[in-house]
Write a protein that binds this ligand. Structure first.
Ligand SMILES: Cc1cc2nc3c(=O)[nH]c(=O)nc-3n(C[C@H](O)[C@H](O)[C@H](O)COP(=O)(O)O)c2cc1C
Length: 151
């Protein structure tokens, strides 16, 4: 499910992170997020894009990584999507690909996440068993995204 051939961890890629506010009503959220992930995974695989999408209450933070032109083109499409608003770019840069395993990792509190959204993760303690372990680089990227989602 989460596997992708889009690229390998460690490749130098362009990375873009933004935040937004989900406008989908709570009772439609599960189905709508399912549709977003389904589209994202099939389209991102074709364009060599990988990343992670964090959803916490109505807050969204997404990281996209891949070829700069492909990532910027996708961001232009996502930015106009009426399912969210207040889309705000948080940063861009070149970095080693960290989400190579995921055409789009799902990081949420529910909806069968690839990576559980542990907002109060005790870094010194023992983490609950993850379905598949994350790498130190992924944990660092996800920690930054968790900080950003809190505003
Ligand atoms: C929060 C959010 C994240 C999204 N992430 C992606 C993504 O990673 N890849 C993608 O192709 N579409 C993503 N979409 C959907 C796009 O905005 C757009 O609906 C889709 O790419 C259109 O595909 P289509 O024209 O082939 O139907 C996202 C939408 C939202 C609201």
């Amino acid at each position: 499910m989460a596997d992708t051939t889009a690229g390998a961890d460690g490749d130098q890629v362009f990375r873009l992170t933004y935040r937004s506010r989900l406008r989908v009503p709570p009772h439609d959220r599960k189905a709508e997020l399912g549709a977003i992930f389904s589209t994202a995974r099939s389209k991102n695989t074709k364009s060599g894009i990988t990343g992670a999408l964090l959803v916490w209450e109505d807050q969204v933070v997404q990281t996209l990584e891949g070829d700069e032109t492909a990532v910027r083109e996708l961001y232009d499409v996502i930015e106009r999507d009426p399912r969210h608003d207040r889309v705000e770019m948080l940063g861009t840069g070149t970095a080693a690909r960290v989400f190579g395993r995921w055409s789009m990792a799902r990081v949420t509190e529910d909806g069968e996440p690839d990576i559980p959204l542990l907002m109060n993760k005790d870094k010194g303690g023992i983490s609950p068993a993850a379905p598949r372990p994350t790498t130190a680089e992924q944990d660092a990227a996800l920690d930054a995204m968790r900080e950003q989602i809190r505003g």
